[in-house]
Design a protein around this ligand. Structure first.
Ligand SMILES: Cc1ncc(COP(=O)(O)O)c(C=O)c1O
Length: 391
């Protein structure tokens, strides 16, 4: 017997990353050595002291039962201490911090906690695909502001139609950005908060790549902006900063009314977060940050190499300012999909077609910085030898 899924599940698009992974798996299944520059799964291991902290925490009796619904008190205090140390932002661990299993839960859950049918979730085009899915799950409408290379991929709020702005109940931003690698300026965050204040909606800033700014840039937190905490919440994740993607630890901080609504939703939808993972995340956030700095330097060195190699073979790409992704315009004569296909078929290099992130991505591909230097050089060699750049 086959049962029909709900209307909302039927309407959800397929997971974009899943289909890329399937294509890579298909080629690898045929014995082809694919260089995966498409995925967002960090290639470096979790730093060993964090692994040791997890092992120790797994033995603790208190971590074998349910943990408190809203996260352990020590975890919430550690998040507040982390924000104070990194961004100088004061947080009340009781009312301004929510803990969950990976930031995807916050990104998809906060819209569901705030939006009702007919409300608009506003974001940028291109954007991380989960924002559109979040709007759909909340039965809300989705409006994405096309961003342009010449504006540093930052949305210009003056282009948002009045009737959209009036119905907007949540603005979702993400800097350093996936997919564009763009970084936000404090002035841009000020404009975002002013726009939110004008129309009385909150801003959700997805700060997944907060640890990775290049050329000496430390990505700012939205909460550092004047009135940032009045209008903003920010999600953060251990997945990228501490290479803990499989562990599932994330949190949201900021405006107490949004955090409160989300905690209410979360306690019903997701229950609790494994205590040992919380303890390990606390040790990550409060311990030495040397491994994070080293990781940032590694991604920057890879970025420099990738850009230099691709320029050398005749693809004139522009370097990203942060995150671990680069956003490259495809050569003349290709669309994002046809170029990604050509790279996969003829060079066995997988990249993510930009159109998967929105219509404005149709001339771009997203390339990760998650391969070591030898593989980056090999990718460039293969691309040159395949002839795909000679259209
Ligand atoms: C922009 C962005 N936000 C959120 C996430 C989700 O991360 P996690 O659920 O592992 O915290 C990702 C993962 O790739 C991402 O790229």
């Amino acid at each position: 017997m086959d049962f029909k899924p709900s209307d909302i599940v039927t309407a959800l698009p397929g997971n974009f990353f899943h289909s890329i992974n399937e294509r890579i798996a298909y080629y690898r299944g045929q014995g082809v050595d694919v260089i995966d520059m498409a995925s967002g799964n960090p290639d470096r291991p979790t730093p060993q002291p964090i692994v040791e902290a997890l092992k120790e925490a797994a033995d603790k009796r208190e971590n074998q039962g349910y943990t408190p619904f809203h996260g352990k008190a020590e975890t919430r205090r550690a998040v507040a201490a982390f924000y104070k140390r990194e961004y100088g932002v004061e947080l009340d661990p009781e009312t301004e911090v929510a803990i969950f299993s990976g930031s995807a839960i916050g990104i998809v859950g906060i819209p569901q906690a705030l939006l009702s049918p007919g409300d608009v979730l506003l974001t940028a085009d291109p954007a991380y695909p989960a924002y559109a899915a979040a709007a759909q799950l909340a039965r809300a409408q989705f409006y994405a502001i096309p961003v342009r290379e010449r504006d540093g991929y930052l949305p210009d709020y003056r282009t948002v139609p009045d009737e959209v702005a009036k119905r907007t109940r949540l603005l979702v931003l993400n800097y350093p950005n996936n997919p564009t690698g763009a970084i936000a300026t404090p002035e841009f965050f000020e404009r975002s908060v002013a726009f939110a204040a004008e129309h009385a909606f909150p801003v959700l800033h997805d700060f997944a790549y907060g640890a990775f700014g290049f050329d000496g840039h430390k990505p700012p937190s939205l909460l550092q902006t004047p009135r940032g905490k009045e209008y903003g919440v920010e999600t953060y994740t251990a997945s990228k900063t501490y290479n803990m993607a499989g562990w599932r630890f994330g949190f949201a901080v900021g405006n107490a009314s949004v955090i409160g609504a989300f905690k209410h939703f979360h306690a019903q939808a997701y229950s609790t977060v494994f205590g040992a993972v919380q303890d390990a995340a606390v040790s990550a956030m409060l311990g030495s940050q040397e491994a994070v700095k080293e990781l940032g330097r590694l991604y920057e060195a890879r970025r420099d190499l990738l850009v230099a190699e691709l320029r050398r073979i005749g693809w004139n790409v522009r370097p990203p300012g942060g995150s671990f992704f680069a956003w490259f315009r495809v050569p003349e004569g290709y669309s994002s999909a046809s170029f990604a296909d050509a790279l996969l078929e003829r060079a066995h290099v997988a990249v993510a077609p930009g159109e998967g992130f929105g219509a404005s991505g149709s001339d771009y591909v997203r390339v990760n910085l998650l391969n070591d230097e030898t593989r980056i050089k090999e990718a460039a060699e293969r691309i040159a030898a395949s002839g795909v750049l000679r259209t």
